[in-house]
Design a protein around this ligand. Structure first.
Ligand code: CTP
Ligand code: ZN
Length: 154
């Protein structure tokens, strides 16, 4: 085996988030609330060479599956990510993350004057104009949200 290659263990049961946009692995870990005090193996790989995208990041978590809200948050930052569910070392499901056309309840509008930020009982709502680069348009005030606006909230 080449001495320049370090093989990372496969996981037995859990989730592998693969093809994360380079540089966003730690954001994904934060979205998932990873503290470093978990019991199972967690692997965070940054700037791994990738055929499809030059470089990619990977987050592998033992003993954990993701809920839809977590998947939508990941999709905002890493629209090409794939979520692999692992059971007994096998990939039993592989799914590309997908953003709904309309996003409600996972982020707030950055415009402080937006009605969704007032005391009115109005829930934030955005239209996904583009996934990569990320462009979201607020339903109420038309403010254009980009990735940096979203990152500030995660
Ligand atoms: N993986 C893992 N533990 C396992 C099985 C798979 O950590 N027990 C990881 C692999 O290292 C890879 C990802 O899960 O990063 C997806 O596995 P697989 O579908 O076998 O790899 P590819 O065919 O390369 O995936 P893709 O086609 O999505 O690029
Ligand atoms: Zn707004």
């Amino acid at each position: 085996m080449s001495e320049t290659v370090l093989h990372v263990s496969k996981i037995k049961d859990g989730t592998v988030i693969d093809h994360i946009t380079g540089g966003h692995a730690l954001d994904v870990a934060r979205i998932l609330g990873i503290t470093g005090r978990e019991k199972g193996i967690i692997t965070i790989a940054i700037n791994v060479p990738s055929k499809r995208f030059k470089v990619k990041d990977i987050v592998k978590i033992e003993g954990r599956e993701l809920n839809p809200q977590e998947v939508h948050k990941i999709a905002l930052l890493a629209p090409h990510a794939t979520i692999n569910i692992i059971r007994d070392y096998k990939v039993i499901a592989k799914q590309r993350v997908q953003l709904p056309k309309v996003i409600e309840d996972i982020i707030q509008c950055t415009n402080p004057a937006c009605i969704s930020n007032s005391n009115e009982p109005v829930q934030a709502k955005f239209y996904v104009e583009s996934e990569d680069p990320l462009v979201l348009k607020c339903h109420y005030c038309g403010y254009i949200m980009e990735k940096r606006d979203v990152l500030q909230q995660f």
